[in-house]
Design a protein around this ligand. Sequence first.
Ligand SMILES: [Zn+2]
Length: 702
Amino acid sequence: MKEVGFEEFNTHAVWKFMEPQKGEFDFAVIDQVLEVAASEGMRVFLSVHPLPDPRWFHMKYAGDGMVDRRGRPAYPRNRVALCWDNPHFREHCTEFIQALVNRYKSAPPLAYWNAWTEPNWIGGSPVYPSVDYDQLTCYCPYTAEKWSEWLRAKYGDVDRVNAAWRIGYGAGELGDWSDVTPPTALPGQWGSYRAWLDWRAFIDDRLTDLVQWVSDTIKATDGNHPTHSNLLFQSAVYNPTILGCDVAKMAGAVDILGSSVYVRSTAGERPELLAQTVDVLRSAASRYSRSCWVTEYQAGPIIWSHDRAVVPTPDDLFLAPFQAIAHGAKGFYYWMWRPRMDAENGGWEQAEYGMTGKDGTLRDRAVRAGAAGRFIRDHEKLILSATYTPRVAILRSQALYHLSFGEVIDEIGANRELPVGDARRFYTDSVLGAYRLLWEEKIPVGFVTPDDILLGRLKDYAVLVMPFAYMLSEAVGAKISDFARGGGVVVADFGCAMKNEVGAVYPRSPGAGLADVFGAEEFDVASDERAIRLEPGTADASEPVRTHMLRSVLRADSGAVVIGKYEDGASAVTLHEYGRGAGILVGTLIFRGYQVSSDPATRAFVRHLVGVRGEVSPVTISGLASDLRVKVEASVLTTETGELLIAINHNSCRVVATADVKTSSREAWDLMRDAAMPVESREGGVCITLPLEASGVAVIRL
Ligand SMILES: [Zn+2]
């Protein structure tokens, strides 16, 4: 490891193996690993695994374990899935964590603690094809008790729960707290909206509380080393409801937020998904002034686990950390060094993932990954202190994920990439589509939650993009109006603010006061596909944009300009000057349409809208055919002395691109070749010719 350029590695302390009898600890394996690390001068990232639990505990305390929505044991397996709301769990596991932390807190190689690896409620891999609505957890008595406590803390008395949940019509009201049970009917089955949203917010809270508990237990014994948790990347880019993991909440539970990222084996060649994961994590961590990592990145073969059998190339392993850094990540680990070979737990995942042979001999993957690490460390001061500051925010709402899942419109898309067709995965796909479009246009993006908006965090942005934001509270709507009044641009598509936070429909659509911002409202809805003809001067007006699935016929105020019309002349897109800013309303599901079609006319149109009040990207790539251009990633970070341009060619062929970068510098230094690059001065920046090999990376200091 050391020889090829690695400096740190992750190792795992599992309760089941390390406390084989109550109070008898066996840390021999970890002792040995830390000894080797110390003698080689390497640092160790030590992961605490409270699960699986030891046999002595399991037999006595695990009980029936987690229970699913149908009242069955969750995820049938030989061993019940211990519920972490079982109070015996924390009581006994605390002693293990304390013993572990006490033993190693002063060990010189120790660098970080991992409080929890891939926290989620489905008890294992999210890629089980069988995970569905009925497997939502947890409905066990321990979790139900915590649910009751959560509601008491939120509402105080039962009548307020009845009022908030809008249960009534003479049936279903709660008489007293003993009537409170976890809701089993989804909103899509005529269940209460508010009860569902409360329940899922509670489930997210329980998982956050779990990770926070481990982190706090570590910190109570070791005040020096930071704590970490790596989420599943599905929590960041797909619908996180079934996983029960809220990235924004998790960011507050540990010092460094990370993610496992297995894009190829889950979604195929979708390079933007690693970028999106990092952008979601970085945005969440920034609220606490904390940093983010990619904590697991596929380093070797996947043969039978996940959705696709795929092996990353050495170049893939070289490229990935640069992509993470280009979006503001500050750490990067691969999974794994040697292929997985578990003595105890054979079967699934065995022989997968390694970047070396089974005997630890090097493969090119290990050499190239090490080379990336060595380069980054050689330029550590410059690269890791560089900051990434997007001017465009995408609204990302956990409640919207929950509601669209509960309404059964985010079908199948719980946690993975599946064929979309006519499925109504509106919310997940709309956010994916908005992100991919902006990524392809090299527009840096941050993600804001409704809470971020209430906290005033829109002040950091010039543009707010609201993909299928169909539920919005009056309070968040008022803050968005303030943002536009103060100079911000708001871009929304079909369905914007149709419902309030209890699922009730606003009298005008968009509601929450936003019809005033857009200077337009919905007059009627249709589902026949139409072309939208753009007014001259709006993107490439010769290319019509197609509607996707649903379209609003808009009625514009006299102050709004209709910049796109359906073929029959009805209003499709409006632009409204509002205060010092503007509101733009697109009548159709433009972002989901893009996710499905990748239509270049749609991309050019949205690019135009997002930049309508000024350029929002520090770099433009040109000189390439459109299909090649979109796969050249380019990112500009700010350093103490200027800028850092990171360019990555995700195409499978060599390209020579032209990069126009905003900068006051008139010089460029190619850090990989350690040589000056010719630049042409331009108004407000420089123009650089960038030759990039297939899967090539350029890091250029300006
Ligand atoms: Zn439970």
